[in-house]
Design a protein around this ligand. Structure first.
Ligand SMILES: [Zn+2]
Length: 393
């Protein structure tokens, strides 16, 4: 059903590719894949039929963003289990440079979670005029009520086999976030590792030693670092301190300057290196909507100046978009886009095992591409070789 040409040539772009970034060049996409690219002048493709040529006007050409942790946008949320809602979300994300995402559930009843997972299963793949739905990120319900944040404490529970296996059997979960300190949850870590599902420590009281144990078990990821966990202390290193010392743990970061102070963002990136940090939005249904009052589930939330809070002041996700996250973390760390681009794409692709086809500009990978101008605005989003968003004329 695609109306885009078979071949798409992007010229006059600054290419961000592994080990060699920031040089001007060109890229040719064909049949949804990156077919060729190079620095300098574009070779003569004029003899090739049906080639559409785009002038990037010097914009940065990056791999499309991959958001592993996102709940909603434009008034919709994954937990609504609405097909049109999920489509609208995928289009909104694409307009902010996201080419792939994991639809993220939260703590709720078993039927609500199953309903959401079943819809994700039904809609997996590229969503018309939007980003690709790569699968599900199950955030909760197996969390610690003492660090629930905005997760509904009434539904937080331990991992019970019959229920959790029903979730896993949908086959769509690529990332599962739980509190690793409970013995009742440890079988689920093993089960996920066996199935190739990334396990994340989330909404947890796990202290340093408990995190070391969890990592030995196979926990390889940390959900929204610093938030809903033990902070870093010099005697009690806490959850964050453990993740900082464990190279196998990839750290999610909500770089909205609200969830994490810019200086803490810098500390995390400096310690983990850019390869160890993954930008996520954790955006909820109010993303893309103006400030005001909205409903989260049965609870109301208040959005003001980019901060989303429950009535008691608890942060409840964000209205962040990926291009702003990337801009914020560049500013916070004083590092360049050339150093940090992988935090919005490649690291996420690696974490969930899709880096053989996504996450970087390499010949043979999916043509998931964005043009980002020097003020970090998205001018073009291409998903599987198809233009889904464009501000170019
Ligand atoms: Zn959370």
């Amino acid at each position: 059903m695609s109306t885009s040409p078979q071949r798409l040539l992007i010229q006059n772009a600054r290419l961000f590719i592994p080990n060699r970034t920031g040089l001007m060049g060109w890229l040719l996409a064909e049949s949804g894949l990156i077919r060729a690219m190079g620095f300098g002048n574009t070779p003569d493709f004029s003899h090739e039929a049906s080639i559409k040529s785009l002038d990037a006007q010097g914009d940065n050409l990056l791999p499309g963003f991959i958001d592993l942790h996102v709940h909603g946008a434009m008034g919709h949320e994954v937990m609504d289990a609405s097909p049109s809602g999920l489509e609208e979300m995928a289009r909104f994300y694409a307009s902010h440079g996201v080419t792939s995402f994991l639809a993220t559930t939260w703590t709720a009843s078993r039927p609500s979670i199953m309903k959401a997972l079943q819809l994700i299963k039904q809609m997996q793949g590229q969503i018309r005029s939007g980003a690709t739905l790569l699968g599900a990120h199950l955030e909760g319900p197996y969390l610690n009520p003492d660090r629930c944040g905005a997760q509904d404490v009434n539904f937080i529970r331990r991992a019970e086999k019959e229920e959790a296996l029903e979730f896993l059997e949908t086959g769509v979960i690529r990332l599962l976030a739980l509190a690793p300190e409970y013995d009742e949850n440890s079988w689920l870590i093993d089960e996920c590792v066996r199935r190739g599902i990334r396990v994340s420590a989330a909404h947890t009281t796990a202290a340093y030693e408990q995190m070391l144990k969890a990592a030995e078990h196979g926990v390889g990821h940390l959900t929204h670092s610093f938030n809903a966990m033990q902070g870093l202390g010099h005697r009690e290193l806490g959850t964050v301190g453990a993740a900082m010392t464990l190279p196998q743990i990839s750290c999610e970061l909500i770089a909205d300057n609200i969830h994490v102070h810019p200086a803490a963002q810098k500390i995390l990136v400096d310690v983990k290196s850019p390869a160890g940090v993954i930008l996520v939005t954790d955006a909820i249904r109010a993303a893309g909507l103006p400030d005001g009052e909205y409903m989260l589930d049965e609870r109301s939330i208040h959005i003001q100046n980019g901060a989303v809070r429950l009535s008691d002041g608890t942060l409840a996700g964000s209205v962040l978009t990926m291009e702003r996250a990337l801009q914020n973390v560049c500013t916070a760390t004083g590092r360049s886009l050339a150093e940090l681009w992988m935090m919005s794409s490649l690291n996420a692709a690696r974490a969930i095992g899709v880096s053989s086809c996504k996450g970087s500009l390499e010949v043979g990978k999916d043509a998931d591409l964005i043009l980002l101008d020097e003020s970090f605005n998205i001018n073009l989003t291409i998903v599987n070789g198809e233009i889904v968003f464009s501000k170019l004329n």
